[in-house]
Design a protein around this ligand. Sequence first.
Ligand code: ATP
Length: 303
Amino acid sequence: MKQLVVLGSVNADHVLRVPHFPRPGETLRGHSYQVLPGGKGANQAVAAARLGADIGFIARIGDDAIGRQMRDGFAADGIDVSAVECDPALPTGIAIIYVSDEGENNIGLSAEANGALTPEVVERHAARIAGADTLLLQLEVPLESVLHAATLAHAAGTRVVLNPAPAQPLPASLLALVDLITPNQTEAELLTGVAVTDEASARAAAARFHAMGIASVMITLGAQGVYWSEQGEAALIPGFRVTAIDTTAAGDTFNGALLAEQLRGASMPEAIRFAHAAAALSVTRFGAQSSIPHLAEVRAFLK
Ligand code: ATP
């Protein structure tokens, strides 16, 4: 099977369920508190693995119990963890997450060991990147490391997929190396200057991405679905209607699922339908990695 390499973050998610997001100065009593495995890189790697991809993960955890526990979890999900390095000095990355009764989330991050995933670390795993079919990147590790990994992949003919999250401005030099970009509405607006609300505005944003040298564009629009555009083909492909409990990792599940199905040989529209199903299942469940479905569940959902 074609290999997917994910390079990205690992976070311990400290999740507090609240009736509504606290206003400035407000102290609010939560319903429940849990520490759950998260981080965009890890979530996307776990999604791809649970959905059947052959996957290697390049990441950095702290030398602490939560980091080791999460790495064991990745291995149990079938991920090759030989490039999940342990930082001797820094703790595992942390996210503080509020989840409201409406199922929306609000997140603060501290990079910790993710910040030590330097270009030198990326360089140690150059052969793995060069040997993969696809490299999947996000933006919770240092930007210069993302750029270095994309440069290595591009030079080796490995397809570069960028999920440009969390939203931040990016250099044209990075965007020019990207084969497929998968922003949500906020990220698409930040990178193109076009406020994406519907099909027409998504088409305008996609045109800007194409002008930056990106062949394939996939803008996720939450419950509305995705706008996909590549090589003259374009469509707004709606998602599945479900009752959302917690949208944490919906986008991560979508990205991992999309590539897992595509690497099995599916066309882009087929892979989008599969990814919509996986992401829809994930929003009906609580947490990040705890909400990501397995292949059999997605197949059953699509029957
Ligand atoms: P998050 O940051 O919450 O992980 P995101 O903002 O990166 O998500 P979205 O555009 O909100 O990404 O959603 C990604 C995909 O998840 C959508 O394309 C869709 O397949 C699915 N999805 C998200 N929200 C819903 C919902 N309420 N109902 C059904 N599917 C959803």
